[in-house]
Design a protein around this ligand. Sequence first.
Ligand SMILES: [Zn+2]
Length: 370
Amino acid sequence: MSLAVSGPTSSKSSASTSSSSVSAPSVNLTPGSKGAAVLQLQKALVKLGYMTQAQVNTGPGIFGPRTTAAVKAFQKKHGIQTTGNYGPLTRAALKKALAPKSAAPKKPSSTVKAPTATLKRGAKGSSVLQLQKALVKLGFMTQAQVNTGPGIFGPRTEAAVKSFQAKWHLKADGVYGPKTRAALEKALAGQKPPKTGGTTGGGSTKVTKPPVVWKPSPNFNSRNGMDIDTIVLHHTASNNTAGDLATLRSKAAQVSAHYLIGRDGTIYQLVDDKMRAWHAGKSALHGVPTDVNGRSIGIEITNDGSGHTPFTEAQYKALEKLVPWLAKTYKVPIENILGHKDVAVPKGRKTDPASNFDWTRIRNAVKKVL
Ligand SMILES: [Zn+2]
């Protein structure tokens, strides 16, 4: 269930990704600091490769553990005591690192190329390092993560490959093969993932949006430019559709989802797909921490989550129409159609949808249209 605990974790501020405005903040900052100066620091750390934009998106303008870790990594690299605090010495080093033509820790980007070998977990050597450099350059992993095992294809590299594959609508199997290589070459050349068609096949199957009953919720904000590439299913932990609707529409509750499937199969829409609903809380996608709310559609299903209360036939019929339509419309790869329990951090924080939910029905319906 998500209703009580998953609020709007982040992204109330407008996190611009423009790199032209990146500079070292002039105030001192410490873990716990908040505001525009923290966001400025985070942008600088992203630009220099000490954290990813996805990490920033989990708490833009909030000096949390990830920002602290990035500051420490930066300090270590520059021979400064690794306090995690952003003070005068760190500021001076950051200014230098951001200055054009400074001896930046990153290698020139012209040397970053997609390796030609097929690589998977357990692989080692210069091709793996080449792949890691490319994934750092594209923001799917940090230099600090690479430094824990440069040239070794471990779990972090695999997670980064999966995340890259999902973004490019490829099968997110974590194996770096010919299709992933082709996409990586495109990405390194500055191309964006395809909006239409893609490698998920299908194409001509006509799918239309099932009818919805609009019940607007005030609990949403901007996706901050993130594209939809994930669908998250939940149970509400109640068997009372009217009560679920009331909670998801209550300003005080600070929770929402894009859709709620009532016990009778009615599809209620509470938040426009274009906006960021508040359903997933602190989450990761295929093991990579990210702003799941920013990139997903959230669907709540009225069910108490006991594992004994059946999800109704009407609810399955509604989901068999809604989920394929969403997957087709937003080019969501089937690997990114997940339950709250699959994305919630830490693992075990959530159990929804309950174990008696029939995923096969939903996946089969999606496979028909992709
Ligand atoms: Zn949930």
